[in-house]
Design a protein around this ligand. Structure first.
Ligand SMILES: *Cc1c(COP(=O)(O)O)cnc(C)c1O
Length: 373
């Protein structure tokens, strides 16, 4: 079967083409490519969607994490407790800022930080807990906030993969990314809310942090040619904001389509021995950035079968962050984070996007099933 893509952005574009081209045309006519009206409009629309006080656009999701850490005014050597089972951006920005990552292992059911393993890692230099809401589900934010509050720690949520997920908190539901002190996201094209190039944003309901973030993203300046602190140049450009405005209106529909596709995979794979389907945690909805299986043994057989039929797939992530040469200096060894290391050998993500057909899913599931027969 031809035409199966890991993420099919072309089909999605053809549905919104007229609206996107009109808004691009408006930007091109205005020549306001940087800090044009769509940027402020998008930040407002996102504040409303997330029900949070401030959304600040920036250049990409990695910058968003860096700016978030910079806004907390940490000192070199301060520790950030985070997950080793994620994209490199997290540990990269921690290292760049002279901070120290302290890895907590993950929950094998959700692939998110195991909140029960965090407390033992908190020490005098711990300043931040940085959960990553992986694959479409939030980490257990109620437990995490209770812990952080009792130790006076900041919480930065990396929400690049779970935009639109609802988190159940004691006093009501919140959107993922708006529970901690700062939330960050990426608008990389393949994310649930993706632009047509790079983009990112930070969210906060803390006015002081919001002002600091806006200043840092703009060279540390609030007033032109007056610099209050060391900053960076990181902005969401007007063309990206214009397409994001078009897509934000459809985000809930897009997430529903992913959820429907996930339900179909669940059914098709329900009786396959050795395959663990995605677990749905009670404390969050799942917006299926990825549909990630655990293949308990012989994942290679499934990999080979998918390759043979030219079905795309992903292994997120093949090596946990603590085992990369670049991060040697933090002193971790194989065996230190056994759940993450085991999951790296078992995970396999199937094609997931807003335009998968049932026929494609049947073909994909049959291939997985046959490989394990
Ligand atoms: C995509 C992603 C990022 C980085 O975003 P960029 O926009 O590519 O810099 C960071 N964290 C997670 C969890 C991501 O999935």
């Amino acid at each position: 079967m031809d035409g199966i893509k890991m993420v099919d952005l072309g089909k999605q574009y053809r549905e919104i083409k007229e609206e996107v081209l009109l808004s691009f045309d408006a930007v091109l006519n205005s020549s306001a490519f940087v800090k044009g009206p769509p940027v402020a409009d998008f930040e407002k629309a996102m504040e409303k969607y997330l029900d949070t006080k401030q959304v600040i656009g920036c250049g990409n999701g990695t910058d968003a994490l860096q700016i978030a850490l910079m806004a907390l005014e940490l000192k070199p050597g301060d520790e950030v407790i985070t997950t080793p089972f994620t994209f490199v951006a997290t540990v990269e920005v921690i290292a760049l800022l002279g901070l120290v990552p302290v890895f907590a292992d993950i929950d094998p059911a959700t692939f998110n930080l195991d909140t029960g393993k965090i407390e033992a890692l908190i020490g005098p230099r711990t300043k931040v807990i940085l959960p990553v809401h992986l694959f479409g589900q939030s980490a257990n934010m109620q437990d995490l906030m209770d812990l952080a509050n009792s130790h006076g720690l900041y919480v930065i949520e990396d929400n690049a993969q779970s935009m639109g997920a609802e988190v159940r908190m004691r006093d009501g539901d919140r959107k993922a990314g708006t529970v901690g002190h700062i939330g960050t996201t990426s608008f990389f094209p393949s994310k649930n809310l993706g632009a047509y190039g790079d983009g990112g944003a930070l969210f906060t309901s803390d006015e002081k942090l919001g002002d600091a973030i806006r200043q840092i993203a703009n060279h540390g300046s609030s007033k032109r040619y007056h610099y209050e602190r060391v900053g960076v140049n990181s902005r969401l450009d007007s063309l990206q904001a214009a397409v994001l405005l078009v897509k934000l209106k459809r985000l809930n529909t897009y997430n529903e389509k992913r959820q429907r596709a996930a339900g179909i995979y669940d059914q098709l794979l329900s009786e396959v021995e050795g395959v663990i389907r995605p677990f749905r945690a009670e404390h969050t909805t799942h917006v299926f950035h990825q549909y990630t299986l655990r293949i308990e043994s012989e994942r290679d057989r499934v990999v080979e079968a998918l390759k043979e039929r030219r079905i795309p797939f992903g292994i997120y992530y093949p090596i946990p962050l603590h085992l990369h040469r670049a991060y040697d200096r933090f002193g971790y060894r194989r065996g230190d984070l056994p759940v993450s290391e085991k999951m790296a050998e078992e995970v396999l993500s199937l094609p997931m996007h807003t335009h998968l057909t049932v026929e494609q899913q049947e073909y994909i599931a049959a291939t997985v099933k046959k490989a394990l027969d």
